[in-house]
Ligand binder design. Structure first.
Ligand code: ZN
Length: 290
């Protein structure tokens, strides 16, 4: 009985905090003159936008809100866009691509029906009810798979992953962008697991380590990730396609998390240039020899 009362008040508290954060923290507008193009359309034919800063050879992609219910990531994207645009001159050698919302249909639903007292789960999927981060054409792809959540990912739900890999327009749009721009480093933003995860790529592991140090988010290892039993993910797709992949699970569903992630975002952006692929190979060889 006592446990249930505690749970009830816990939910009430989290819900109220969520409501206030969502209401009080506005999304900063995007600078007017920033270069933009559409990468494709959602199921409901909403445009999926990408913003570009710089025209250099070091190409980095930042993707937010693949799960539409993670609305705070869109706010984070807008803060990050404003900051990178203000630093444009420093990014001469870069092309920074930012997709603030990969799942506009889910995002729209989440904004319409914010389920504050249930952890903000409405709007996760696209308009075909597909979990987009289980929809990538990889060897592990399954039509139905597991979604884990809760403090230590102890709760599970079955989710629909599409009838086949890459079936969804949002998935296709992202893959087309990665291939056409020859993206080598990709950051993907979720919430609210408070952790960071890299794929098997050496550069990604290096970035994840720094990101984790700067934010105090847990740096999940490969074994922990395997235990989540995720299938058809962008992480796995990036491993197969030689893209360094860093996944960040922020600390708030409705807020931007900008204060917590600002320093991590700002310091890891430069490592992509400093650590060229050649240097990485050298460093790995030294590490292995040591
Ligand atoms: Zn997510």
């Amino acid at each position: 009985m006592l446990k249930r009362i505690k749970q009830y008040f816990g939910r009430l508290k989290r819900g109220l905090i969520g409501y206030f954060i969502n209401t009080l923290e506005k999304t900063p507008p995007i600078p007017k003159n920033i270069a933009t193009f559409d990468i494709g359309e959602s199921v409901k034919k909403q445009k999926i936008k990408c913003y570009q800063i710089g025209h250099g050879t070091t190409k980095v992609l930042y993707v937010f809100c693949i799960h539409g219910n993670e609305t705070g990531t869109v706010k984070l994207a807008h803060y990050f866009l404003n900051w990178s645009y203000s630093q444009e001159k420093k990014f001469n050698d870069y092309s920074i691509y930012i997709v603030p919302c990969l799942n506009p249909d889910g995002f729209e639903l989440a904004l319409k029906k914010p389920d504050y007292f249930n952890g903000g789960k409405i709007g996760r999927f696209n308009n075909n009810n597909v979990d987009l981060n289980r929809n990538f054409a990889t060897p592990s792809f399954k039509t139905k798979a597991q979604w884990s959540f809760g403090k230590n990912y102890e709760e599970h739900k079955e989710v629909f992953c599409g009838n086949f890999g890459n079936s969804e327009p949002e998935t296709k749009a992202l893959i087309k962008l990665i291939k056409s721009k020859e993206i080598k480093v990709l950051f993907m933003f979720h919430n609210t697991g408070k952790d960071v995860m890299a794929n098997q790529n050496v550069l990604a592991k290096k970035i994840a380590k720094i990101y984790s140090q700067k934010t105090n988010f847990k740096n999940l290892n490969h074994e922990t990730w395997l235990n989540l039993r995720q299938t058809g993910t962008l992480k796995e797709w990036c491993d197969l396609n030689n893209v360094a992949y860093i996944e960040i699970e922020g600390s708030t569903r409705w807020g931007s998390d900008w204060k917590k992630q600002k320093e991590a975002l700002q310091s890891t952006i430069f490592i992509n240039k400093i650590t060229s692929q050649d240097q990485l190979v050298e460093e790995t060889m030294i590490e292995e020899a040591a």
